[in-house]
Design a protein around this ligand. Structure first.
Ligand SMILES: *Cc1c(COP(=O)(O)O)cnc(C)c1O
Length: 370
């Protein structure tokens, strides 16, 4: 009997009656796109994050793109971001013709090293796009201070961080706007794709919403080119059922992380560092092995024991072929590069038992001793 990286079936069974009710109601109503469920979810997410507005869209990738488009990011602009993230973070920049500029990450939190941002600013820089990676907020105050001094806009990629806090405020309310993903494996996941934008900026909210519905604020009247990025009412209904449980699930993830920290203290693995400025929600619990060979050995042993794991991320973004192929200059970023094939996840999902964690640790330590 294995231990998955994430147990979504158990989560479904725990809320089966409520989730099935949503399913049958939506099927029965035949109202599949938009509608009251989507509006209700937007209000719930805005209230949860502490923002004035929330705009639903098709997925987290679109949320990022819609924000950057609404901000007018365009060809020739530079956007400072992190190389240690999912590829979608930089796609939104590249698709607008702008250039991603990477700064290195901090060891242990894997978040953007804010102390390196100022040196990366040029007269083309328009925006900074920090990612709250693995569910821990970036150190936002010094970042916002730099942005303010240079007249730059800051957007949060909060796709892995719903519920995380920074100095008492929730991720999603810490900068001009934020992108969330409801991909099934995220801390708040739906039954397909879904996304959300949060912001206090009414103009930005309106522009993003318009862009998401074919550049139209009045049906069949268009004064700009947009796209199609919608949330299904089924997904919205599912998310509204799950949202009230999110804090409890995030607390369970954090408790699982704390137990691993204790059990693995003497393992020789580099354990995640949490900063004192807020609560991390451990989208993933990431450890770093001393070498890629050791990581491969542990990952192999976990695989054989039926324990879920994966490299996050096998290759930092600035080293991906696509940048060289597109003539984008990339600096050498030693901390991010030191993570290649060495950082991997241990199962730390809500509901994981102490016994399961002890078993994961046993398998990991046995592999490390070989
Ligand atoms: C998941 C994720 C995205 C993209 O979200 P999708 O809903 O899959 O499009 C963007 N950025 C980060 C950091 C993510 O983890």
């Amino acid at each position: 009997m294995g231990i998955p990286l994430l147990d979504l079936k158990a989560q479904y069974l725990g809320l089966k009656d409520e989730l099935d009710t949503v399913w049958f109601e939506v099927m029965g109503s035949a109202g599949f796109i938009g509608g009251p469920r989507v509006k209700a979810l937007e209000e719930q997410i805005a209230a949860y994050c502490g923002t004035k507005y929330a705009v639903a869209c098709g997925n987290g990738t679109d949320a990022l793109f819609l924000i950057m488009h609404a901000l007018g990011i365009k060809k020739g602009d530079e956007v400072i971001t992190t190389p240690f993230t999912f590829f979608a973070t930089v796609e939104c920049i590249a698709h607008l013709g702008a250039t991603p500029v990477f700064v290195d990450v901090e060891p242990g939190t894997y978040n953007m090293d804010v102390s390196q941002v100022e040196a990366a600013i040029t007269d083309k820089t328009r925006a900074i796009l920090p990612v709250h990676i693995f569910g821990q907020c970036v150190d936002m105050d010094p970042l916002l201070e730099i942005a303010e001094r240079h007249g730059l806009v800051v957007v949060e990629d909060a796709c892995q961080a719903i519920g995380a806090t920074y100095k008492g405020k929730r991720a999603g309310s810490l900068a001009r706007a934020a992108a969330f993903s409801f991909f099934p494996s995220k801390n708040l996941g739906c039954a397909g794709d879904g996304g959300m934008i949060t912001t206090d900026d009414e103009e930005l909210a309106k522009a993003a919403k318009k862009m998401a519905s074919h550049g139209s604020s009045k049906k069949y009247y268009h004064d700009t080119f947009g796209t199609n990025s919608r949330l299904d009412s089924l997904q919205a209904g599912i998310l509204s059922v799950k949202l009230p449980h999110l804090d409890e699930w995030n607390a369970e993830r954090a408790a699982a992380a704390a137990l691993y920290n204790e059990l693995l203290a003497d393992s020789g693995l580099e354990l995640p560092i949490t900063r004192g400025y807020g609560d991390a929600v451990f989208h993933l619990y990431i450890v770093k092995a001393e070498s890629a060979e050791i990581a491969a050995k542990v990952i192999g042993a976990m695989g054989e024991a039926g324990i879920g794991t994966a490299l996050y991320y096998p290759l930092a973004l600035h080293e991906q072929e696509v940048f060289a192929l597109n003539g984008i200059a990339v600096p050498s970023l030693p901390v991010a590069e030191s993570c290649d094939n060495r950082t991997f996840a241990l199962p730390a999902f809500p509901g994981i038992t102490r016994e399961q964690q002890v078993e994961v640790v046993r398998v990991v330590k046995e592999a490390l001793a070989l």
